[in-house]
Design a protein around this ligand. Structure first.
Ligand code: ATP
Ligand code: MG
Length: 230
């Protein structure tokens, strides 16, 4: 079950190393109010994914504290913590099953109506309805037969169904056709509404709309602000 939190997130002086001498992440400090969107930008290897990994407690900081709604995440059970998050990532996990089953993966007890409602909000309904068996059409494990953009729409439908407090978005960079891209952007806006969102951003549009931009460089926040102030 998904537990709801407000989604205030704070990093207090967080440092972390994967095991080498030098810290991968150094004295990271930031504060996110619930409902805000934070864009993490910076070159490859800078530490963006590491910050997300720490937030999800895949690793423990060497020093510093990460808080959700003022509570140290080290004191939150793994199960609760996991239930706070939803994801839309570059590589969408698909399994051999129907479209319905693949969307329901976001919330296993969802009814057919809830699945379709989520697909509509995600702008995935119309392309699914054009398939030979609609929602009962089978997907192959590698998702052959549907486009990269459509995979993203499915992933958004899952996340809408899941209704998490905190959303993790890793923007896909692969080519998505213009029409699907517009549908995807619209669906993402809907998904991000009133939800704390961390986005590893590649699109200027996303960066422009973020409440906070954190420029990560060699494990540190080199700059921060909004698109107007940076
Ligand atoms: P990208 O834009 O390429 O995704 P990133 O900003 O997400 O880059 P990270 O993946 O956080 O960068 O990596 C930061 C540093 O930590 C890099 O030097 C990387 O090689 C290293 N690193 C990442 N994951 C691990 C791991 N599991 N074990 C050891 N080192 C790692
Ligand atoms: Mg990364």
């Amino acid at each position: 079950p998904v537990e709801r939190v407000k989604g205030n997130v704070e990093f207090q002086n967080v440092s972390f190393s994967y095991g080498r001498d030098e810290n991968t992440i150094k004295n990271i400090c930031f504060q996110v109010e619930n409902g805000q969107t934070v864009a993490l930008v910076g070159p490859t290897g800078a530490g963006k994914s590491t910050i997300i990994n720490l937030l999800m407690r895949f690793y423990k900081p060497q020093s510093g504290t990460i808080l959700i709604d003022g509570k140290n995440i080290q004191t939150i059970t793994r199960e609760s913590l996991r239930s706070f998050y939803g994801f839309v990532l570059q590589d969408v996990y698909l399994f051999e099953g129907t479209f319905r089953e693949n969307i329901r993966y976001g919330k296993l007890d969802a009814t057919d109506e809830e699945v379709e409602e989520a697909a509509k909000k995600a702008n995935a309904h119309s392309f699914i309805m054009k398939l030979p068996n609609g929602y009962d059409t089978k997907l192959t494990e590698d998702g052959s037969g549907i486009s990269q953009g459509q995979k993203q729409l499915l992933s958004v439908a899952r996340a809408i169904l899941r209704n998490p407090s905190i959303l993790i978005l890793d923007e896909a960079m692969s080519n998505i056709d213009t029409v699907t891209e517009i549908k995807l952007q619209e669906a993402l806006q809907r998904l991000m509404q009133n939800r704390t969102t961390f986005v590893i951003a590649h699109r200027l549009n996303t960066i422009q709309n973020a409440d906070q931009i954190l420029v990560v460089y060699e494990g540190e926040i080199a700059e921060r602000g909004t698109h107007e102030t940076l």
